[in-house]
Design a protein. Structure first.
Length: 232
């Protein structure tokens, strides 16, 4: 077995175990929150916040790969930029789905134009645009460089999401960051497991998407070579 395959299997096992540990910690270890905080619905917190972190991580991967692609274009860098944007959309969708379910119990409404929610939605829309444009604008170098520039600019909004509550207020709770009310030790343990699980899941999905993109590139190169050989 090659080292890369062994590492991939190890990552799969670690991701599965961490997700299992997250489920156990969420539903059997962490205590029930107060009704004002959402009651049982507050347990979404252990998936919601780590998923937001995984979206940030994926966005940073997309930004770094996009920036290096603009410096020197390579298929590998393009693959990482594409994978980062795709994973940012996925985890952003998890955040935007889980958040309103919790908000309905805690705030009484599914959605408010809260600064953090609005800026988060903007980032998800940017990454969604990148993913969709990659499917329809073609395979030229100019198109890839334009999308790489979008990948860099789209990540600029991520720090704004994090700082929006502190700068502009809003309904979004401040719990674990500076000025927050804090959480019980059992809740903190479940949250830390959530961060580990979502980080491993993000790494696994990025790996898979990059691998898929590189295989597609290899097939395209092979098809072009066959086509050129047939024309000769």
């Amino acid at each position: 077995m090659s080292s890369s395959r062994f590492a991939f299997l190890g990552l799969c096992v670690a991701t599965a175990l961490s997700l299992g540990a997250l489920l156990f910690a969420t539903f059997f270890h962490a205590p029930m929150a107060q009704i004002a905080a959402g009651g049982f619905a507050q347990k979404i917190f252990y998936f919601h916040v780590p998923a937001a972190y995984a979206m940030y991580l994926s966005g940073v991967v997309s930004m770094v790969a996009s920036a290096t692609y603009l410096f020197r274009a390579t298929p590998t860098r393009d693959a990482w930029a594409k994978a980062g944007a795709e994973c940012a959309v996925l985890f952003g969708a998890i955040v935007l789905t889980s958040g309103p379910l919790w908000a309905k119990k805690a705030w009484g409404v599914y959605w408010t134009w809260d600064p953090r929610l609005t800026t988060l939605l903007l980032s998800v829309l940017i990454y969604t645009s990148i993913v969709l444009l990659r499917e329809f604008v073609g395979e030229g170098d100019a198109e890839r460089r334009f999308l790489a520039a979008m990948g860099v600019l789209g990540t600029v909004n991520l720090p704004i999401i994090h700082l929006s509550v502190r700068k502009w207020g809003g309904n979004h709770p401040t719990v674990i960051t500076r000025g927050g009310g804090g959480i019980a030790p059992e809740m903190r343990t479940a949250l830390l497991i959530g961060f580990v699980a979502m980080t491993l899941l993000a790494a696994l999905l990025l790996w898979l998407r990059v691998r898929k993109a590189m295989l597609e590139h290899a097939v395209d190169v092979l098809e072009h070579r066959i086509s050129d050989f047939s024309e000769e």
